[in-house]
Design a binder for this molecule. Structure first.
Ligand SMILES: [Zn+2]
Length: 427
């Protein structure tokens, strides 16, 4: 991966800054601010918030654009939250994005000989399927554009017929496929690598996918944000959550906002990113919402691009009876019964007359023994004290576990993800 020194990154970032002044948003935001000529001046440039991106992006607003919409692709950058959001890339900017992503996949070991099954969902402006098409083309590998828009049985059949060596999709789909492989006793003899994106893959889910699909190499595609693209990539030496920063593509800063300064090596800071290739909709000093640490280590792979360790992004938390609970706790308990239960689950919480009721729906390949459900319930009440306390205090009206057939939990039609938390409480 190409490497830029910080000096070179800053020079490039300043060019993006200059270009941005043509847009309404940045023209106003930076009025009275001179073009930064030093690192200190750069650090005085106000950060871009998520709300600014969401409210002032195309098509609802043209405030972020520095040029007319032409020679471009419009993609969706959100969907899971229920509110669709979009952004525009010129074809050239899109190409820079997929070039960087392709380089990341080359580093993971995908070659021209690989047959890559593209198992993302296409449509609704969602960029994954199209992006992967361009990435595979750049790698010179063989593209199997199967998609996840078709029934899973057909996905399996086509994968058996075309024998991919690499599959790329969401964890939800890999868990589903692993559940089916265990139930129906099939395998993909040529499959050597699984590459996932879009969701967190817990270690329990990783172990399940590895054993059911018989694949040892399971890798996160990259650390990305739909608003700016790839911000980190892994090499074989990078442990969980550790990524090289593609310095020629993004200028990444880690800021300690409490003290208004950069985070030092080994100290947590918030990710603030400037995309160095995108000028039509500039993204300058965007506060992504993630926390990371510069490791300060030299990677044995020889890549000079620095390493960050991401923090606080792993699982999803929710509030119940005064405490924050990690959904991973539920997953860990469910994983103990993986012979009868899938790791694709959904927790529904609902208000009922000043109390709440909780339903845990779990996909299951067959009939689930009553004893399994009883023991899972006990384990959950053991692992999640808030469940117990809420029952004692009378906040929790009911807790129920409902097995549902494989593939029956609702998926987002746009991304294919199962929403693990359905919080219907009125807040
Ligand atoms: Zn490395």
């Amino acid at each position: 991966m190409e490497y830029f020194s910080e000096e070179k990154q800053l020079a490039q970032a300043v060019e993006v800054f200059r270009a941005s002044l043509k847009s309404k948003l940045y023209g106003e935001k930076y009025s009275g601010l001179s073009v930064p000529d030093s690192l200190e001046a750069w650090e005085r440039v106000p950060v871009l918030t998520r709300a600014e991106i969401h409210e002032r992006s195309f098509p609802q607003s043209t405030d972020m654009l520095t040029q007319p919409i032409e020679d471009a692709i419009i993609i969706s950058t959100g969907g899971s939250s229920g509110i669709a959001r979009y952004t525009a890339y010129t074809h050239q900017e899109w190409d820079a994005f997929v070039t960087c992503q392709a380089e990341a996949m080359r580093i993971l070991g995908i070659t021209r000989q690989d047959r890559v099954a593209n198992l993302f969902i296409a449509g609704h402006f969602w960029p994954s399927f199209l992006g992967l098409h361009d990435v595979i083309k750049k790698l010179g590998a063989v593209h199997l554009p199967i998609s996840a828009n078709i029934p899973i049985e057909e996905v399996v059949k086509l994968c058996q017929q075309f024998e991919p060596t690499v599959m790329v999709s969401l964890p939800t789909l890999f868990v589903f496929m692993a559940d089916m492989a265990k139930r129906d006793n099939f395998s993909f003899p040529q499959l050597r690598m699984i590459n996932y994106a879009g969701e967190h893959l817990s270690s329990a889910a990783e172990a399940h996918v590895a054993s059911a699909l018989g694949v040892q190499r399971i890798k996160a595609g990259a650390y990305t944000s739909a608003d700016v693209g790839i911000m980190g990539y892994q090499c074989d030496h990078a442990g969980p959550g550790v990524y090289h920063v593609p310095t020629a593509f993004q200028y990444l800063e880690l800021i300690n906002f409490d003290e208004g300064r950069r985070a030092g090596i080994g100290e947590q800071g918030e990710v603030v990113v400037t995309n160095l290739s995108r000028v039509s909709t500039p993204i300058i000093r965007y506060r992504v919402g993630d926390v990371a640490t510069w490791t300060g280590e030299t990677c044995p792979c020889g890549d000079p691009n620095p390493l960050i360790k991401l923090g606080g992004r792993a699982g999803q938390d929710f509030k119940l009876g005064g405490g924050f609970i990690s959904l991973d706790l539920f997953e860990t308990c469910i994983a103990r019964h993986s012979d009868q239960l899938s790791l694709n689950f959904q927790l529904e919480i609902e208000d009922v007359a000043h109390q709440f009721k909780v339903i845990l729906r779990v996909e299951a390949p067959g009939q689930v023994a009553a004893a399994v459900l009883a023991s899972l319930e006990n384990e959950l009440f053991e692992a999640v004290p808030e469940l117990r306390i809420s029952t004692e205090k009378g906040y929790l009206q009911s807790f129920r576990i409902e097995p549902v057939p494989l593939g029956q939990l609702p998926r987002s039609p746009i991304t294919g993800k199962v929403a693990r938390l359905l919080d219907k409480r009125v807040l």
